[in-house]
Design a protein around this ligand. Structure first.
Ligand SMILES: Cc1cc2nc3c(=O)[nH]c(=O)nc-3n(C[C@H](O)[C@H](O)[C@H](O)COP(=O)(O)OP(=O)(O)OC[C@H]3O[C@@H](n4cnc5c(N)ncnc54)[C@H](O)[C@@H]3O)c2cc1C
Ligand code: FES
Length: 283
């Protein structure tokens, strides 16, 4: 069992958990993830390792469906059945020169650890984060501390630049192009944003989020097409050269279990309502 030592809601439906997992913490690098299972019957879900401190790792997740909602109901002092990792290849950290690290939505969670390792490797790091509105911006101070410069964007202009990280990236490409760019966020955001660097031939990495089950290259569920070849995101990635990724296929495959996911969420809500009614009757 893996103890949760801190559980905080840091934005609407976005949670930060610190979990004691010494074997993961010892080896974790930027860009890697864990697969966790809440209990014996639980579904396996992948979450990025967002920070490491001593023998603990941090995960930051959005409650979007059954398992993430169930996870969000846990508190400090509770425990998780399995935490497997670190999985996947670490980010390709080298001395590039100037790097931009761009996070969108809950994808921002992965950016501080990448920025920190890039900085330690001698790069100048420009962070760019974007969210729909101010209330969904996360880890801003932490990323600012890890970067030489941070630009904050909101879709509605409630904070920082009124627009998308892609707009900032396009400006920088014109003025003073970075040597390498990381983009982490929803698939559509990664597709559009990475399109900006393609004409400039700037090395661009994206962290792909297909459906994963085992996380070890055995089940094939995380199959993605990169440069016309089939890759398994859990072992060959999750980071890939953005300009080679078939994003349309990724987005189509992300939706293949929508009906089952909806049903699982409805069953979970029914179950939690019944439990709450039972508790009320016993009071
Ligand atoms: C390498 C990797 C790292 C990730 N890191 C983070 C993170 O740091 N924070 C975060 O909030 N989310 C992260 N995700 C996405 C997260 O795994 C899904 O949101 C979660 O599995 C949804 O499960 P659910 O039961 O709550 O929702 P569901 O209702 O089951 O699914 C909601 C959506 O999440 C996706 N999804 C569902 N099951 C899986 C699965 N087993 N594997 C991957 N995606 C799935 C599907 O696109 C689906 O449409 C990551 C995904 C990958 C592949
Ligand atoms: S998650 Fe099973 S092969 Fe990648």
């Amino acid at each position: 069992m893996y103890a949760i030592t801190r559980a905080t809601e840091i934005a609407d439906k976005i949670f930060e958990f610190w979990i004691t997992a010494p074997h993961v913490a010892r080896h974790a690098r930027a860009g890697q993830f864990v697969v966790l299972r809440i209990d014996e019957q639980g579904e396996r879900i992948p979450l990025t390792i967002s920070a490491v401190e001593d023998d603990r790792i941090r995960v930051v997740f959005m409650a979007v469906g059954k398992t993430t909602t169930q996870l969000s109901s846990l508190r400090a002092g509770d425990a998780i059945r399995d935490v497997a990792g670190p999985l996947g290849k670490p980010s390709e950290i080298e001395r590039y020169g100037t790097c931009m690290v761009i996070g969108g939505g809950v994808g921002i969670a992965c950016t501080p650890i990448i920025a920190q390792e890039l900085k330690e490797a001698g790069n100048r790091v420009v962070g760019v984060i974007g969210a729909r509105n101010e209330s969904l911006l996360i880890l801003e101070d932490e990323l600012r501390a890890a970067c030489d410069e941070l630009v904050v964007c909101t879709d509605d202009g409630s904070r920082g630049f009124h627009g998308f990280p892609a707009d900032i990236l396009k400006q920088r490409l014109e003025e003073d192009a970075p040597e390498a760019v990381w983009i982490i966020g929803p698939a559509i955001m990664m597709k559009i944003t990475s399109g900006a660097t393609k004409p400039y031939g700037v090395k661009t990495f994206v962290s792909l989020n297909p459906i994963m089950v085992d996380g070890t290259g055995m089940c094939g569920s995380c199959r993605v097409t990169v440069g016309g070849e089939t890759k398994f995101a859990c072992v060959d990635g999750p980071e890939f050269d953005a300009h080679l990724v078939d994003f349309d296929e990724l987005m189509q495959r992300q939706r293949i279990y929508t009906a089952q996911e909806k049903e699982a969420m409805e069953r979970y809500h029914e179950h939690t309502c019944r439990c709450a009614e039972g508790e009320a009757r016993h009071e």
